[in-house]
Write a protein that binds this ligand. Sequence first.
Ligand SMILES: Nc1ncnc2c1ncn2[C@@H]1O[C@H](COP(=O)(O)OP(=O)(O)OP(=O)(O)O)[C@@H](O)[C@H]1O
Ligand SMILES: O=P(O)(O)OC[C@H]1O[C@H](OP(=O)(O)OP(=O)(O)O)[C@H](O)[C@@H]1O
Length: 229
Amino acid sequence: MLKLGVPSKGRLMDKTFQWFGSRGIALRKSGSEREYAGEVEGVDGVELVLLSAGEIPRELAAGRIQLGVTGSDLVREKLVNWENVVREMAPMGFGGADLIIAVPQAWVDVDTLDDLDAAAAAFRARHGHRLRIATKYHRLVRDFLRQAGVADYALVDSQGATEGTVKNETAEAIADITSTGETLRANGLKVLSDGLIHASQATLFRTSRAEWTGEQRQIWKALERQLGL
Ligand SMILES: Nc1ncnc2c1ncn2[C@@H]1O[C@H](COP(=O)(O)OP(=O)(O)OP(=O)(O)O)[C@@H](O)[C@H]1O
Ligand SMILES: O=P(O)(O)OC[C@H]1O[C@H](OP(=O)(O)OP(=O)(O)O)[C@H](O)[C@@H]1O
């Protein structure tokens, strides 16, 4: 069998089911709405596993599932050297969101990463501690800021309502996902002009770690054909 991990709820699940459905493969939850087991019709040998989108990268890395649908941001965030661990098989054209760095709109002199770097140094000199950036995307933000040459900051962990941390004075800037931009605006924040860390979308991944049996390779070939990959 080939195990396919799919987000267990919400928009990502519905759109994933539609994406496979329009390619002749019916995915559905079996049993009750709250049961996390699934059924696959239209291709033999594929087993559906419903998981949290955030756990799918780790399950792929561990080889407990061979295929998985999740946001490209989550794979990059959760897996060290993700390119060695999974392969991107198909961007799916939904679940789009940008991981960005945003600062208060009131910071009229800060529009770029260079400006942020200068503001961070000034902030430290004035306040005696580093400028705080709230995020749940620690790895992606650190890598991005290192490459941009911004060093004088501290990450603070925020697992939700991240845009609120600035008003609540637990951070000066944030790095979070945005789609319409409404949450940023409502919280008086603006995106740095060169502050796009990653443009994410739902993506079909396959694990490159696990050894595949001959049977699994056959199933994959059939699936690839059916999906037109
Ligand atoms: N407006 C949006 N807000 C948040 N995430 C979005 C948005 N649009 C697309 N996404 C994507 O959805 C994915 C996150 O989905 P979801 O919140 O279901 O995952 P999760 O972290 O596993 O959640 P949970 O822990 O609640 O199960 C990410 O890849 C993210 O980029
Ligand atoms: O640009 P917008 O369309 O306003 O969307 C962005 C918001 O949506 C997400 O939050 P979500 O409600 O998924 O919850 P979270 O805070 O737990 O991430 C994200 O974290 C932003 O807060």
